[in-house]
Design a binder for this molecule. Structure first.
Ligand SMILES: [Zn+2]
Length: 287
């Protein structure tokens, strides 16, 4: 039979074990909670609760699910000036509707980089694309751009880069009223003119969703075209229009992210370089 002192020791030991067990459980709950809330935030919405584009591939093709190996080598040199086009796509809004373009009709060995939204700012990514002089067509949500216009201005200072219309608050335009679409599309033009001193020429409807009203409003507000895409890179994987090759005139969809942008851009530039293409400016090819 145990002495009273030993029994007390046993009780103390049991209490200690209980305390340790519950501390471990508490830590686990907190860790799981943090990672759940983090993944929820990065998957669906920003801090303002605005739902961003789902990672998506071409609207006109079935995406290849085959991952490409992530290149580790860096492209050899800083990009030179974007090549000048051997042909230009002339747009027309004579019919009262802005045309929809998801691929540039050219035989030049060029592709176009487009990058959307602007909620998540990564200074390392900005510095990288500015230093490498990568021409980016930025489709910005004007409410997001207004938070730190200088971030986007510095990227726009790269020759061939430009700031374009992605609506005021990332609204789904398809099926929206004329008044709503006008507010979203033309309101972005007013806001971007005030922020950057220059009006956008192109609209990318959020989610790639548009209808006849979108085309009509875009034309009325002076935009030349709706620009969609036929290749996308939601994170590190490229979803090609077909197979695993780029084609002349491909329009590649990217998003501003708060991390991983430099690594993914390096990988993309490597692929573009390896397949014999260079990055050109959309504003040079579509007039
Ligand atoms: Zn978007």
């Amino acid at each position: 039979m145990a002495s009273p002192r030993t029994a007390r020791q046993r009780r103390r030991a049991r209490r200690l074990r209980l305390t340790i067990t519950s501390s471990v459980l508490l830590v686990l709950v907190v860790v799981v909670g943090i990672s759940l809330s983090h993944s929820k935030t990065s998957a669906a919405s920003n801090s303002a609760g605005v739902v961003r584009d789902r990672p998506t591939a071409s609207p006109t093709s079935t995406p290849s699910q085959k991952p490409i190996p992530v290149a580790t080598a860096k492209p050899e040199a800083t990009m030179s000036m974007p090549p000048k086009p051997s042909s230009v796509t002339e747009t027309s809004t004579d019919a009262g509707a802005a045309p929809v373009i998801n691929h540039v009709n050219t035989n030049d060995r060029v592709v176009f980089l487009t990058i959307d939204d602007g909620y998540d700012l990564d200074p390392a990514f900005r510095d990288f694309v500015v230093q490498k002089k990568i021409p980016l067509t930025m489709f910005l949500v004007s409410q997001a751009a207004a938070v730190d216009p200088g971030f986007f201005s510095s990227i726009a200072s790269v020759p061939g880069s430009s700031i374009q219309d992605h609506s005021v608050s990332h609204a789904n335009l398809r099926g929206a009223s004329l008044a709503t679409q006008t507010r979203q599309i033309c309101g972005n033009i007013t806001a971007e003119k005030a922020l950057f001193g220059k009006s956008p020429q192109f609209l990318r409807p959020p989610y790639g969703n548009y209808d006849a009203t979108t085309q009509k409003v875009a034309a009325q507000c002076g935009l030349k075209a709706l620009i969609l895409w036929n290749v996308s890179m939601p994170s590190y994987k490229i979803y090609f229009a077909s197979g695993n090759r780029l084609n002349s005139g491909d329009i590649i969809l990217l998003h501003f992210r708060d991390h991983g942008g430099v690594k993914n851009m390096n990988s993309l530039l490597q692929t573009i370089h390896d397949q014999g293409f260079s990055v050109a400016s959309l504003t040079d090819y579509i007039k």
